[in-house]
Design a protein around this ligand. Structure first.
Ligand SMILES: Cc1cc2nc3c(=O)[nH]c(=O)nc-3n(C[C@H](O)[C@H](O)[C@H](O)COP(=O)(O)OP(=O)(O)OC[C@H]3O[C@@H](n4cnc5c(N)ncnc54)[C@H](O)[C@@H]3O)c2cc1C
Length: 526
């Protein structure tokens, strides 16, 4: 018997386990894979080559989580690279985003003096709107039907902060959310490469293109965690796996037990309340609280017997959209490649990310193909070199290149992903070759992770990297579904803590921390 079982050892579940243990519970974390971390791992994919297997940057993590879990004391060395992003253009020029907005404006000036002059104002606006929204990310989404006194108080405080934004910015906030990010960036800047570098965060991991309505809201959601245009590309020495290993240490030190290689097959339910879990090996473990860090569809449609849920709830979860569009490729290289337009020592200029997505139309066309079940002929790539910050990730003098590729639709119109692996790797290298001539010849090893692998090996339904689409109809009070956004579920004692809950925007730990707070409060009268 365990007092609390947590399904999965993704970073959110580890955060939840830590806070529950700190409050005196004895959580038992059960992870199906042989290691902790979920999408945030660093693994060896070829002898001597280790890469950030899936995610290569952090959200970044909420500062309170870093502090409470004492991650730095546990050896995590966070990296804030400068430049944080280098965006390569089709004309052989590149645009470097520095941590210093003044220096970034200097880099923008050769493209457009007008854009350079507006950059600081854009950074300021995004930072102020992001700061307002960051409070909402820490909130438990309120009940729409019957908000409690505490929820009304929080909403009142939010209303006051909204008024304090002033007329111009409160109007911007209301307008930007439903907008297409392509329109939003065009109101600020005329340089296509700059527009695309800012807009890419609004489509990262989604089944949307920059002309999709509502991508403005995704840009705002990203800014609420990290307001730097293009993202600050925070990572850790050793990749995200170093962070989740330290999180597991913190959870264990607080009193949690973590077992790997332990797949939950069923959540056991009796009379509308959880009674424990059954593992794939047949073992049953009793518990009165079960917290799932797996995505909502996997949890309710895969682990719970359908007869235990109301058909209306099951329909809503069936309609929760998880259309994956991402493939991940990790390469072992003989040395660092040289990108066109990127000057200076590559070991200094490639500490952050490199974006191959040189224009709004380029990004939209990349998306177009995925609508019809095809991979983009000219994909959007987000590239990182984890071995630059941690040389021990590759043999001496060699490097690893981590490539996030979009769009690779989970459902292919023709053929299967297992047949397309080589074609996918060739396509990615061809695309990179145009920007970094000679890169293909540097490749010594490669690991190709398709959307199908994301579902079957890494447990992401539909291969969706955020456990469900980040879209206006699946955010805040509607994540995962209206009426159940407070981490509780229709089954007494069953909670959710993964990215399919609010705020769910990448590696921030936000969902796990919010969920722990609600689990400790216990059931809510409805
Ligand atoms: C390719 C890729 C690139 C990404 N890039 C970035 C990035 O650069 N920056 C960023 O911030 N975010 C990125 N993300 C998103 C981010 O990594 C995820 O949103 C986040 O890690 C999700 O964390 P989680 O704890 O909610 O869930 P997960 O990390 O998905 O963890 C869930 C865990 O539950 C386990 N599990 C599932 N079912 C069971 C079961 N039945 N029994 C036991 N265990 C089970 C899984 O094995 C998994 O370990 C990326 C994701 C992917 C896939």
């Amino acid at each position: 018997m365990a007092d609390t079982i947590i399904i999965g050892a993704g970073h959110n579940a580890l955060v939840t386990a830590f806070y529950l243990a700190k409050a005196g519970r004895k959580p038992l974390v059960l992870e199906r894979r042989p290691l902790v971390g979920g999408c945030a791992t660093s693994e060896e994919f070829a002898p001597g080559y280790q890469c950030a297997t899936l995610a290569h940057t952090l959200g970044p993590l909420r500062p309170s989580i870093v502090r409470d879990m004492q991650l730095e004391r546990r050896g995590v060395k966070f990296e804030h690279p400068d430049p944080r992003l280098v965006s390569v253009g089709l004309d052989g020029r590149a645009l470097a985003f520095s941590t210093d907005p003044g220096r970034t404006a200097d880099a923008i000036r050769p493209f457009s003096a007008k854009d350079a002059a507006r950059y600081a104002e854009f950074c300021g606006t995004l930072a102020r709107l992001g700061a307002f929204l960051s409070d909402l990310l820490e909130m438990t989404p309120p009940s729409i039907d019957a908000p409690s006194a505490g929820e009304l108080w929080e909403l009142l405080k939010t209303g006051r902060k909204f008024r304090a934004l002033g007329r111009k910015e409160s109007f911007a906030l209301l307008r930007w959310g439903p907008m297409a990010v392509a329109d939003l960036v065009a109101e600020w800047f005329e340089t296509d490469l700059l527009q695309a570098s800012v807009a890419a965060r609004a489509i990262h991991g989604t089944a949307m293109g920059p002309w999709s309505a509502g991508t403005g809201a995704i840009l705002l959601l990203a800014a609420a965690t990290d307001p730097a245009p293009g993202g600050s590309s925070v990572t850790a020495v050793g990749g995200p796996g170093a962070v989740t290993r330290a999180m597991a240490d913190a959870a264990r030190a607080a009193g949690a037990d973590i077992r790997t290689g332990a797949e939950v097959k069923r959540i056991l339910v009796k009379d509308g309340a959880v009674r424990g879990v059954a593992l794939a090996d047949g073992t049953e473990i009793a518990a009165t609280t079960v917290v799932s860090g797996a995505d909502p569809r996997r949890t309710f449609l895969g682990l719970v017997d359908p007869v235990e849920l109301e058909p209306d709830f099951t329909t809503r979860i069936t309609n929760y959209r998880c259309p994956g569009t991402v493939a991940k490729l990790n390469f072992g290289l003989g040395r660092l490649p040289a990108f066109r337009g990127v000057t200076g020592d590559p070991a200094a200029s490639l500490r952050g990310r490199v974006q191959v997505g040189p224009g709004i139309d380029y990004l939209e066309r990349a998306f177009d193909a995925s609508k019809y079940g095809e991979m983009s002929p000219s994909p959007y790539l987000d590239v990182a070199f984890p071995s630059v910050t941690d040389p021990s990730m590759a043999p001496s003098g060699h490097h690893v290149m981590s490539v996030h590729m979009q769009y690779a639709p989970f459902s292919l119109r023709a053929g299967s992903w297992s047949e397309q692996k080589d074609a996918l790797a060739d396509l990615v290298l061809r695309t990179l070759e145009a920007q970094a001539p000679g890169v293909t010849a540097l490749v010594e090893h490669r690991q190709v992770i398709t959307p199908d692998d994301l579902e079957h090996v890494y447990g992401l339904t539909g291969g969706h990297i955020h456990h469900g689409e980040l879209a206006l109809d699946q955010l805040f009070t509607m994540r995962p579904t209206l009426g159940w956004a407070d981490y509780r579920t229709p089954l007494a004692g069953l909670y959710l803590c993964g990215s399919g809950t609010h705020p769910g925007n990448g590696l921030t730990g936000g969902s796990g921390q919010n969920a722990a707070r609600e689990i400790l409060k216990g059931p809510r009268s409805r």
